[in-house]
Design a protein around this ligand. Sequence first.
Ligand code: ZN
Length: 213
Amino acid sequence: MNLARWGVVPYITAWSSEETSPVAVVVRGGRIAYADERAEDRDGSGVLWTRIGFSPGVGVPEFKSVHFFRQREAMRRLLCQVCGTPCGKSGLWMLSQEEYESADGPWPAPVMTAHPPVCPGCVERSARLCPHLRRGYVVLRPRRVAPAGFSGMLYRPTRAGLAPSDATIAHNDPRTRWLRATQLHVQLEDYDVISLGNMIITDPRSATLRSTG
Ligand SMILES: [Zn+2]
């Protein structure tokens, strides 16, 4: 993988050459499967993933689209979502105001995100490049990162065949057998708040944040 060639484009950004082609989804062994399934279509826990080409650097970057496999790899291996290098324990997590406010309880309530970590050197760049952070963000350093769930297309068997719909479900939900995943979500637990981007805290006990921008 030639990271240098990707230049200013974030590691997880999808490129125009990386196409998703239509594939036939069937039911096999009590779960959905591809008619022509290959080993690499499932992750380590057996969840089926949406197929996408892999050709970073070819074509034009699609900044609003995340590449499914690179997103998953960045989450699993804690790679910086901007430069692709392993972050380990120094990884920082940048959450938008909306994501952070969705935390179920006061600080530091566990918070769920589909945005992989960034290395300390990429924080500033990420704030500039990521559209979802423009309205304000918070930077967290968690002591624990746990698997939380998947987004993708959830298939429901009906008399007329399989009916797909967009869904996000927990990683241990039995319906993962009926999911064609596109993103991995994790839960950040026991974290320190490192900085508050352009947000200000209006009430630290209730985690109510307000954007200054
Ligand atoms: Zn980085």
